[in-house]
Design a protein around this ligand. Sequence first.
Ligand code: UDP
Length: 307
Amino acid sequence: MKILISGGAGFLGSFLVESLIKEDHDITVVDDFSTVKYHALPEKVKLIKGKIESTDLNEKFDYVVHLAARPSPEDYIQHPVETAMSNSMGTYKMLEITRKSDGVMVYTSSSEVYGSAEIVPTPETYWGKVNPNGIRSCYDESKRFSEALIMSYYREYGLDVRIQRPFNVYGPRLREDGSYGRVVSRFIYQAIKGEDITIFGDGNQTRAFLYVDDWVNATLKMMFLKSLKGEVFNVGSNKEMKIIDLASMILEMSGSTSKIKFLPPRPDDPPRRAADISKAREKLGWEPKVSVEDGLKKTIEWFREQL
Ligand code: UDP
């Protein structure tokens, strides 16, 4: 199959590419490397280095997997225009390529579309509680717009589109540095280096973490299963945990003597987040297989090798 992957050099993309290339697919990646640190693109992959919002391709693809985005809150609030443009114009460009190809699009939306959800674990049918002009809106509202545009292409052109909403995916190659650092990789880095573990707020906010291999498996199913046209799936875990408990677990598993340091809370930080995965279980036959203990162990090992 001919497959175009936007953001294919990034954290999620690099694992998906590695898995697809084993099956001998013909893969093109478009990526601007804006958030990439640990990339691992196999040689056979064709690379177009550039912004997705200015990508016009005359080639046809059987599948377009649209991953490109700047998902780290501390990073995207520093680049709100670029974030909003890639999550709107970028999606438009990817949709046009899919339409001209009469292909299948899998879009990586986000659990952020739910905002500060009042129902947790959150099902796909929940509409979200999002501040339309808040500090996170450049990301969550533009992800919501992407979903709206994608469903418009489905309704107007009958395009085969499939939307996934990943919840806090982690694993090797997740950046730990600067404003790009997400919580798992940052805590692991701090624990290994003996630096203070930085908790925003009191640490009682929750997330449910999904290991990257589980995300790849869900994405492959979303690409290749038939009859998923116009469907939306949560791709996450329903095992909600407090950030303070994540910190303790990482400290213990890495044998670290780092101290915990409490910092002011992040603005508009969703207080709770976990996925209701009933629909993915039923229609994709998918559920997470890797426990947080096993996933963290693999991630800690990888970071030890890097640092
Ligand atoms: N967090 C934290 N310390 C950090 C980074 C993140 O306490 O150094 C918290 C953050 O406030 C949020 C959760 O961990 O509640 C997840 O943050 P992340 O940046 O990974 O992504 P989010 O789920 O907010 O998009």
